[in-house]
Design a protein around this ligand. Structure first.
Ligand code: MN
Length: 331
């Protein structure tokens, strides 16, 4: 990573937009908040403006009300004068939705900081990608280590810890490396309450989410001698559990924890005529090739796609594609 050059670009900016993808996760949100507190100290005018609401479990990152939901009337005047947009963990520029449109409208330079793979012909002014990094938050930690003149603060570390904890399944997944643990040590050293962060994110499930999980457990389908497990969720299931789309987060990871399951897949029909598909793998088979073939993308072992069509049409396509991929990778 050419952090020296990146630092030059950031330091030369007077006003910076910080943002992350729709269905925001701990990595995108934590990275944005860490960078926000850093830039504040540097005296750079910045705002975090996202295209999606902050989920309740991440409220602890928002004690200073730093997360704003995009609203053209409120933000366009400020955005017009931005000289840089730093985008965290996006995977695909499209996942910024309305924020992408406004970045293009005002011709704001873009800096993508991410650990998802990106094609050569990416749309960003600066593309800072390290696919070996466990989290976007890990990349920021490297940047701060090299180019922050002051010690890390608790506010910065709370963001970075959240990013790394959520993208490594709390330091359990195969992407957990030395840097992740180095980050944990640095965070403990400045007094981050790591167990409190864990509780906020993972031990605050709404009852509606657990009720919905009960329904999907009843309807799991196992294929290939239990190597591949999939399930569907539709609007009727959401409604009868009193759940919202955000409640499905983590279900695909959960199904992957079943003994013998190598690949888990969720097909989520969300009322409109599209399905959200999540792919997870324990590490023996890659799943981002299938996601990519369906117009999505992601990491080798955690990927997703949004596909047009109802679930009756999409289910057989997904099941067939995953089975074909497993077969191809088994030879
Ligand atoms: Mn990430």
């Amino acid at each position: 990573m050419d952090w020296k050059n990146i630092n030059k670009i950031i330091s030369a900016s007077k006003r910076i937009l910080l943002t992350t993808h729709e269905n925001p996760d701990g990595d995108g949100l934590g990275s944005a908040s860490a960078m926000y507190y850093h830039l504040q100290e540097e005296g750079i005018d910045c705002k975090i403006i996202n295209c999606a609401h902050l989920q309740e479990e991440y409220d602890f990152l928002n004690k200073d009300q730093i997360f704003e939901l995009y609203n053209s009337d409120e933000h366009n005047e400020w955005l017009r004068q931005c000289d840089l947009a730093i985008i965290f963990d996006v995977g695909d520029f499209k996942r910024l939705r309305k924020i992408k449109d406004v970045i293009e409208k005002y011709n704001i330079k873009t800096m993508n900081i991410d650990h998802h793979p990106h094609p050569e012909n990416h749309p960003f002014t600066y593309n800072i990608v390290d696919i070996k990094s466990a989290a976007t938050g890990s990349m920021l930690f490297e940047y701060f280590k090299q180019y922050r003149s002051r010690p890390l603060t608790k506010n910065i570390c709370e963001g970075i810890y959240t990013a790394v904890m959520t993208d490594t399944g709390s330091f359990r997944y195969s992407n957990t490396d030395k840097t992740c643990h180095e980050i944990a040590i640095a965070c403990l050293a400045v007094g981050v309450d790591t167990s409190k962060i864990y509780q906020n994110v993972y031990e605050s499930k709404p009852q509606s989410s657990v009720r919905l999980l009960g329904k999907i457990i009843d309807n799991l389908t196992f294929e290939n001698d239990g190597i591949f497990a999939w399930f569907t969720i539709d609007k009727a299931m959401l409604d009868s559990a009193g759940a919202s789309p955000a409640d499905v987060d983590g279900f695909t990871d959960f199904v992957r924890t079943i003994k013998g399951v190598e690949v888990s897949v969720m097909i989520f029909e969300n009322g409109s005529d599209t399905c959200r598909i999540n792919f997870r793998s324990k590490g023996k088979y890659t799943v981002n090739d299938v996601a990519k073939a369906m117009g999505g993308g992601g990491h080798k072992f955690a990927a997703g796609a949004i596909v047009r069509g109802d679930k009756e049409t999409i289910i057989p396509q997904v099941v067939k594609a995953v089975k074909a991929s497993l077969k191809k990778q088994s030879v």
